[in-house]
Design a protein around this ligand. Sequence first.
Ligand SMILES: Cc1cc2nc3c(=O)[nH]c(=O)nc-3n(C[C@H](O)[C@H](O)[C@H](O)COP(=O)(O)OP(=O)(O)OC[C@H]3O[C@@H](n4cnc5c(N)ncnc54)[C@H](O)[C@@H]3O)c2cc1C
Length: 190
Amino acid sequence: MANFLTVPLGYVAAIKGGQKGLKTVCIDGRGALGGTCLNVGCIPSKALLNATHKLHEAQHSFKDLGIVAKEVSVDYAQLMKSKEKAVKGLTSGIEFLLKKNKVDYLHGFGKFVSKSEVEVALKDGSKDTIKAKNIIIATGSEPSKLPGNVIPIDEKYCVSSTGALSLEKIPKKMIIVGGGVIGLELGSVY
Ligand SMILES: Cc1cc2nc3c(=O)[nH]c(=O)nc-3n(C[C@H](O)[C@H](O)[C@H](O)COP(=O)(O)OP(=O)(O)OC[C@H]3O[C@@H](n4cnc5c(N)ncnc54)[C@H](O)[C@@H]3O)c2cc1C
């Protein structure tokens, strides 16, 4: 029986648990650790934002500094590649950090079967049940549907922020529903 069970981005909490000497298990169904932030949130969005900011500077600000940048354009496939590299570099290190801090990692989706037991449907098709005294639920959030669901999010025509991070090509026109940080950020990118 574990004394401490977490579900990431509880990976930080899991590492702390391990460091404090608690028998700790970290369950995540995604496949790459680091949750939304590292996989489809802060990191890929900032990678795109940073690159497109540089493009904007080259196109609009360099000349004021006396730098002539001719024919600056976008290699979209390379832009996506460099974003993926940033994501891979960070997410691949987390499994190592868990191991280093003696945290067991279970790749699968968990569901409560009692208040102290979580059943995990493991990626390989088997099941495991973890009993723990202390459990942190850190399952994050999913993009909400548009009211009425008239236009379903299919991640092609109508995309969530996740789809917007990996569009097949740069769209000529785009409507952004939601003027929060993420909408503004990804709007700036495109
Ligand atoms: C495009 C975008 C840009 C962002 N930029 C920033 C930023 O610049 N700065 C910032 O501070 N925040 C940013 N955020 C927000 C940030 O990503 C989230 O606040 C943060 O990831 C939330 O962490 P969390 O641990 O609550 O959940 P998550 O990171 O969502 O992690 C939850 C994890 O639990 C897994 N999970 C869910 N259910 C189960 C289950 N039943 N069993 C097993 N695993 C499960 C999920 O697969 C996921 O891996 C951004 C978000 C997006 C979408």
